[in-house]
Design a protein around this ligand. Sequence first.
Ligand SMILES: Cc1cc2nc3c(=O)[nH]c(=O)nc-3n(C[C@H](O)[C@H](O)[C@H](O)COP(=O)(O)O)c2cc1C
Length: 155
Amino acid sequence: MIGEQMAVQTSDMIRSYIESTKLPFFIKGVLSEEEAVKCADLGAKAIIVSHHHGRLPYAVPPMMVLPGIKKALEGRDVKIIVDCGISSGADVYKCLALGADAAAVGRSMLPSLEEGGIEGMTKFLTGVNNELRFVMSCTGFSKISEIDDSCLQMS
Ligand SMILES: Cc1cc2nc3c(=O)[nH]c(=O)nc-3n(C[C@H](O)[C@H](O)[C@H](O)COP(=O)(O)O)c2cc1C
């Protein structure tokens, strides 16, 4: 509702939103294993691992917590989407390799949108897809669902 005051959302509040709709409910801003499990327990169908492009200063980078969240949600019917700083197909590959089901793009697509509108966006997303395909072909994965972290160098 426009004008509604922002407030901390309790588990009861979130449960009531989830139960009020038949649509799959996604929860954004998850940054820990504990939060991810709580979302699953409340009935979320997906979580978005995100710090809302740095809205929360000094927040942990989403990619850093992704593997732990993936493990914490093993066996649960909850999709994992990640965002923040994704700008290329190689970035998307790393997200998938670290446990995400999908990656979302924010600010990096804005110049294409501003300059080229729908055409610009199509070009941008096609470029991301093509680069993802290229990295997959170089690392021996033919399906998105097969991508794992075997070709990532972790330090
Ligand atoms: C102009 C702008 C407005 C945004 N508004 C919201 C918002 O209202 N709610 C929200 O959850 N995230 C908001 N975001 C964050 C994005 O949904 C997304 O999490 C973020 O942009 C991803 O990081 P990236 O831009 O580095 O890809 C906003 C981002 C931008 C750039």
